[in-house]
Design a protein around this ligand. Structure first.
Ligand SMILES: [Zn+2]
Length: 114
């Protein structure tokens, strides 16, 4: 990869990062809740499905957010966007690292020639 290719690739990735306001970190879980008494569905053993967003934090902490069914598609999309954003960020970082190393190699080359 040449410097120009690396810079072009990096700038393309950076341009993709811009719409970041919708991102959400975490994962979707489907749970079933059971009432202890007075519910026919639960008496039949069916229970009620419930969607939860779980978000992990350093130190093993976890936060859970209950979701309405109509929020699930939007949350799923936001989680995908988070992963894509992170992948792009990581790729940009790798390209900048490559450019740094290239700079260093080129300056060594010039020292040898001087
Ligand atoms: Zn119930």
């Amino acid at each position: 990869m040449t410097r120009d290719q690396a810079i072009r690739k990096r700038d393309r990735l950076a341009a993709k990062l811009s719409p970041s306001s919708g991102i959400l970190r975490g994962s979707l879980l489907q749970r079933t809740i059971h009432h202890s008494s007075g519910c026919l569905k639960c008496a039949r053993g069916e229970g009620h499905p419930l969607w939860v967003l779980t978000v992990g934090y350093p130190g093993g902490k976890n936060r859970q957010v209950s979701l309405r069914p109509d929020q699930v598609p939007q949350v799923r999309k936001a989680i995908e966007q988070y992963h894509e954003f992170k992948r792009n960020l990581e790729a940009i970082s790798e390209l900048n690292q490559f450019l740094l190393r290239l700079d260093r190699e080129e300056s060594k080359e010039q020292e040898r020639q001087a």
